[in-house]
Write a protein of this length. Structure first.
Length: 130
């Protein structure tokens, strides 16, 4: 099972969402920034590294707010850990995505998110978490 971490970066009541490029797996789907936990890496350290690589920020990783296990129909299982990020240093810089946006919680379900993220998206939109 692939172990993945993702950030719910919050600012002014909005959440940062990112769109994959055409060349990535599951092209043009929306997701929360983050990535794979490397061998021997702690989840928070992995997320800190990924946010630096993808967005050029030095994030202060907060509490884990959700953990989801998902199996894709075509095979492949993933365990996703979501952490809240209220603060970071540096200016956001889109280094790998097709698009990066600040979205209102109520708008989240209108984005075409990765299948594994959809339940969390509904909970965020409903105000059930963070």
């Amino acid at each position: 099972m692939k172990r993945v971490v993702a950030a719910l970066i919050l600012k002014d009541g909005k959440v940062l969402v990112c769109q994959r490029t055409r060349h990535q797996t599951m092209p043009l789907k929306w997701e929360f920034p983050g990535g794979k936990i490397e061998e021997g890496e702690q989840p928070r350290d992995a997320l800190h590294r990924e946010l630096d690589e993808e967005l050029g920020i030095d994030a202060r990783i907060g509490e884990e707010v959700a953990r989801i296990q998902h199996e894709y129909k075509g095979g492949g299982a993933v365990e996703l850990r979501f952490y809240v990020v209220h603060n970071y240093n540096g200016e956001l810089e889109n280094r790998i995505f097709r698009d990066v946006r600040w979205a209102k919680r109520s708008e989240l379900p209108s984005y075409d998110f990765l299948e594994a993220d959809r339940e969390l998206v509904q909970d965020l939109a409903a105000g059930k978490i963070v």
